[in-house]
Design a protein around this ligand. Sequence first.
Ligand SMILES: [Zn+2]
Length: 615
Amino acid sequence: MHRTTLLALLAALCAAPALAAAELPPHFDALPPELPWEGKSLELALPADHEWATPFEVGGLVDSPSYDETVAWLRRLVDASDALHMVSLGTSPEGREIWMVVASADLAGQGAPTPEALRARLQSSAKPTLLAHSGIHSGEIDGKDAGMMLLRDMTVLGKKPELLETADFLFIPILSVDAHERRTPYGRINQRGPLHSGWRTTSRNLNLNRDYTKLDTLEMRHLIGALEAWAPDLYLDLHVTDGADYQYDITFGWNRPPAAWSPAVGGWLDRVYRPAVSAALREMGHVPGNLVFTVNEHDWTRGVARFTAEPRYSTGYGDARHLATVLVENHSLKPYDQRVLGTYVLLEESLRLLAREGAALREATAADRARRPDPVPLDWRMAEGAAPPTEEFLGVGQRVELSPVSGALRPVWTGELQTAEVPIYETSEPATTVARPAAYWIPPAYRDVIERLELQGIEMERIGEPRELEVEMYRLTEAELGDQPFEGHVRATATPVPERRRETFPPGSVRVPTDQPLGDLAVLLLEPAAPDSFFQWGFFHEVLSRTEYVEAYVMEPMAERMLEEDPALRQAFLEKLQSDRDFRSDPRARLQWFYEKTPYYDERHNLYPVAREVE
Ligand SMILES: [Zn+2]
């Protein structure tokens, strides 16, 4: 533990009698050695007795306030500044408001406008907009305390008023508000503070950062509604890591071209965002890096994997809907003050960068929104054969030793700084693609799917009269269900085999054209081979069930007649008996074989009901 943190911790312990030193959560003693840090960004913090100190500063930079304390402090700030308003995005399952602070120099003299008026005001200003949220995983709450400090500095303290002259800032301090109030010293075992934190999953044990596409949770419905309504240019999702030790204290990343659905935006983030934000962080004493997923937990020099995130995650979702999205992962083994202050620097520089480079980002976004890739990649993989590139990695010493606990090798982090060139395993090419249809047709029975597409902001047309048309549909073969529930769903996979059909869609059916800015997202939600399709999330399990049956006393005489009347069928039956032992010894399967060849059999069994309109 370094000196500043120790002093701050002592201060906090004196101020917060609820947690005596002896009661420090036990994981603090088990964590790998703390790396010394004395960053210039420490100067950003106000003394605890300043009238505008945030609860984080009042408590000595080691703890984070409750929901009520956070909202009360923000209300006081918003009441004191013309440039700030608070709007509720909606309520959580337990009835808490999910607050968003709207910060813009254009709001001065607005009184108490409605959210609609605020939005109109921001949109008419043409300034670029940054939207950031903390606490999608509420134990990873650094961004909340950072954003509160930054909002204060830009407004009542008058330190950086220019930031809000050139960009607008939308800040959601806590997204998973109910989880934030499952507040405990034991919420994050791999993390060096804060002393109290919320929980990773919601009051219903759902992970919001898997819910961007399926939208099961109120919290995500409110967030996606806000992304739709407030149309930010840049979106930041603020987290804290688990996993390996290393020198980086703040890591961030996105889906990178060519393995991305938004190559122009991804290129802007690579070329413009990373260098600028990294430079600002280094200047303030931080160690920025790319997102880190080591491929071997016992030896980080074996390399690092970089995956294209699927649309269930923030970065995959932003990529699929052509919204510049950055996932920020502070390093869990760094102390809380270092992590919060790094996030402050990243937020500030993101605003400055939007002011300078926002026009270029808007051009890149427009280019991606106008793209109509055909075929459309559904997922991505690493190229085979090619040797991976290498990069310098700022690591920490690691050895392994035999564990008497697990009986296996365990990693031990030594705290000594080590640098090495390591291989980077990165997705770079499509794994599965599909021809882009002109549109999808969804029957009205699938209200839950249609509703979710509407919540995503995907445009669609609803028919009032029956419509008959030639379409392509999939027969789902080799369907397999997951053996465990995942996020409250049993996931499914199948091999979709296309067939041409004439199909009549009843009134209330919707046509979802792919020639729209969110067309790629529609493909990723509706193609059953896509990992985040509604099919794979289990919204279409019912089509996999056969629901009409035949009695043996009916099928027996019919089968005999079929054998008599159709020599080819008879031949096929005899061959099947000879070649398939299981079939031969299974009376039900033998009758079923005949049933499937009658017009009584359900020809819609295993038929995926969403149709593709193709030329
Ligand atoms: Zn997280």
